[in-house]
Design a protein around this ligand. Structure first.
Ligand code: NAP
Length: 242
């Protein structure tokens, strides 16, 4: 059985990934999110608020199970939040805690737990972190998001280097997926220019039908996951080049 642990599987890209995986017979998906929206024999939902790192710690053993029939196992750290869009100096301090917990701290806890739970397994193992172009450039109003995704990318690079030194064979990458037609984009389009100077560009992207459909992105990512690992490829991949 091919196992997939996917955070943020209740909507957007995470749901599209889970549904694409479940079309294949020999797969099981463990989805983690606050809401359960998928009903399927081979789907198991773990309700969890990923902004609550104590609750996450207490529930890790329900997500990272020692299944006996594993042929491969993949973790996709997909859940992500922008939080309230706005400039530094105009935000409540809790905002930074919230965004970094969901986007960086919990993905790091999941990577850490995955690597220790499946260290002795001799099957293909993959960790894929969903990043963003915002990890590589400052976007006004998105300070916590940009910085938390940049930290996620460096966590990915470091873990990849460590696993290469250990010759574990575990594939660890991040992917920047490009703009996708999801609730996150809806949130972006509702913000005033005072909080986010690029809002018009994002409104135009949707009006010009430049947004990718989540299903299209999910299929590309799944194709990549199911290909044999290539040691020569970049650690942080751009979906548009795949
Ligand atoms: P989305 O439609 O807003 O969905 C976010 C998912 O994350 C939902 O399933 C949500 O589930 C889950 N989530 C959010 N907060 C959570 C919490 N506190 N606890 C548990 N789960 C939580 O987002 P998306 O657009 O699909 O984004 C998926 C990934 O792609 C994110 O990492 C995002 O940063 C990245 N990305 C998106 C775009 C884009 O244009 N959309 C571009 C670049 C990168 P619940 O609400 O049920 O908890």
């Amino acid at each position: 059985m091919h196992y997939y642990i996917i955070t943020g599987a209740s909507r957007g890209l995470g749901k599209a990934l889970a549904e694409a995986i479940l079309t294949e017979d020999n797969t099981k998906v463990i989805g983690v999110a606050r809401h359960a929206t998928i009903e399927h024999d081979r789907y198991h939902h773990q309700p969890l608020d990923l902004s609550d790192s104590v609750a996450v710690e207490n529930n890790l053993s329900k997500v990272f199970v020692q299944w006996v029939d594993i042929e491969s196992i993949t973790l996709i750290n997909n859940a992500g939040v922008l939080g309230e869009i706005g400039y530094l100096g105009e935000q409540p301090n809790e905002h930074f805690d919230f965004v970094f917990t969901v986007n960086t701290i919990v993905p790091a806890m999941f990577m850490n737990t995955f690597l220790s739970a499946y260290a002795s397994y001799q099957v293909p193992r993959t960790i894929l972190n969903i990043s963003s172009g915002a990890a590589q450039r400052p976007v006004d109003g998105w300070g916590a998001y940009c910085a938390s995704k940049a930290a996620l990318e460096m966590m990915t690079r470091t873990a990849r280097k460590e696993q290469a030194i250990r010759a574990s064979g575990i594939r660890i990458r991040a992917i920047s997926p490009g703009v996708i037609d999801t609730a996150m984009q809806e949130q972006i389009r509702t913000i005033g220019e005072q909080q986010f100077s690029e809002v018009e560009r994002f409104i135009k992207l949707q009006a010009d039908k430049q947004l990718q459909m989540p299903e299209q992105v999910a299929n590309k990512i799944l194709n990549w996951v199911q290909q044999p690992a290539s040691e020569s490829e970049e650690v942080v991949l751009q979906l548009k080049n795949m």
